[in-house]
Design a protein around this ligand. Sequence first.
Ligand code: NAD
Length: 507
Amino acid sequence: MQDFLNTLKINETNSGVSTGSHWFSSSINTSSASPVDGKTIGTVQLASGSDYETIIQEAQKAFAIWRSVPAPKRGDVIRQVGDGFRRYKKELGSLISYETGKSLQEGLGEVQEVIDICDFASGLSRQISGLTMHSERPLHRMYEQYHPLGIVGIITAFNFPAAVWAWNSALAWVCGDVTVWKPSPKAPLTAIACQKITAEIFTLNQVPEAVSSLLCGNNDIGELLSRDTRIPLVSATGSTAMGRKVAVAVAQRLGRSLLELGGNNAIIITPDADLQLALTASVFGAVGTAGQRCTSTRRLIIHSSIYDTFKNQLVKAYHQLKIGNPLEHGIHMGPLIDKAAVEGYLTAIDRCKEEGGAFLVEGGLLEGYGYESGCYVKPCIAEVNPDLPIVREETFAPILYIMKYETIEEAIAIQNGVSQGLSSAIMSTNLRETELFLSSVGSDCGIANVNIGTSGAEIGGAFGGEKDSGGGRESGSDSWKAYMRRQTNTINFGNQLPLAQGIKFDL
Ligand code: NAD
């Protein structure tokens, strides 16, 4: 166990405040315990208010230099950062798995996302461009260009403790911005390891100190970032409740926010579905990362003609799931992040029963040998009416709600009938149904898939959701534009000054 911690230079006591090669010491301490075995992995020194101030001032200085480095040169450094993560993939993947409880395979997959977004940003470094348009005035040229914004504040959730930071940072850096990262207090050691890997590459390339800064802390540090007028963009990932607070604080000072919030994702399974595909997609979507992905499958909307067949297959599959130490081979599901998450899961089960849900596979806490951390639970399935209040909420745990539909229009209405709008999927080989699902009267989510589940996204596409899921887009496609300011330029190369809209102003 110690090997990967040693390689990543994670000690018993770790500073959680850094501008790169410089690490600050602080007397505010917290410890990070693993949900896998309940043991303390290490303690972390958190940021104080004065650390916060120092970090922001250093970030301002770094921005003054970094914004003038040509984008392809910035891209080359980010390419090397990706290589750094390639070198430490096994160790960092293990730490992510141990600190958050996700399977080792998922921990490694998360590091791969960091590598992929670095590759993406490196390619983007030679493609950042703006439009040129025809001016209505003779001998005039008009075009748009994108400039760096400044400091990007990044607030992240516990469940993707490295990837979400990288999605934001790689794009921000290539755009010429500098980043200040406030990671989840539930996964600070992964953040410290990421900062160390990045700092090693930045130092080698003489990148100014504080292009990437780390501010481990509690919610109060996130609140400081949200209110700070020196931070033009705050990218916040987490619960909808958190997003509402950040959105108000940032809007109050007319800053920009990029919000990636909770989901309540559904798969529609039609009579023309390939049921084997549908089964794998549903089970992986519901129990992967113990149901703690923003894109986890929470609802299955199944056509009445195949309902009983599919339900029986699902129940059989659930009885074969192996729950245990996520670092071990062949385990399908590890623990929840902490005991508070277990409480939330148990409360949701009780509420579901009170509201009339019928459990086909019972949930509950797992106890005994191997489950000493108190964070292991049983993935469960409940048959429900789609309108139950609990079904319309996001419970960040492996509870799957299944429900029946008769017409595709009804299925889409059920899918859209919740306040969240992150990810959605249809399992069908019927073109009419799949195209309807993808049309303007179909899914209202930011992500809509056909014949793959709701969870897991490639970095090449823009990632994000609508409604209570926040409306932000990050990662691929043209998400980079959120990290830049757009400027429209008009150049007169004639010797007249014709005014726009034909206005005359004779002197
Ligand atoms: P959380 O909302 O409890 O915390 C997320 C982050 O926000 C943490 O760093 C926390 O310290 C910070 N925070 C909390 N209150 C704040 C405030 N008032 N001001 C500023 N910062 C504040 O979420 P969590 O439990 O870590 O993660 C689970 C949630 O995140 C789920 O709802 C999940 O769907 C969502 N999530 C969404 C995405 C996405 O891309 N849409 C990705 C991952 C997780």
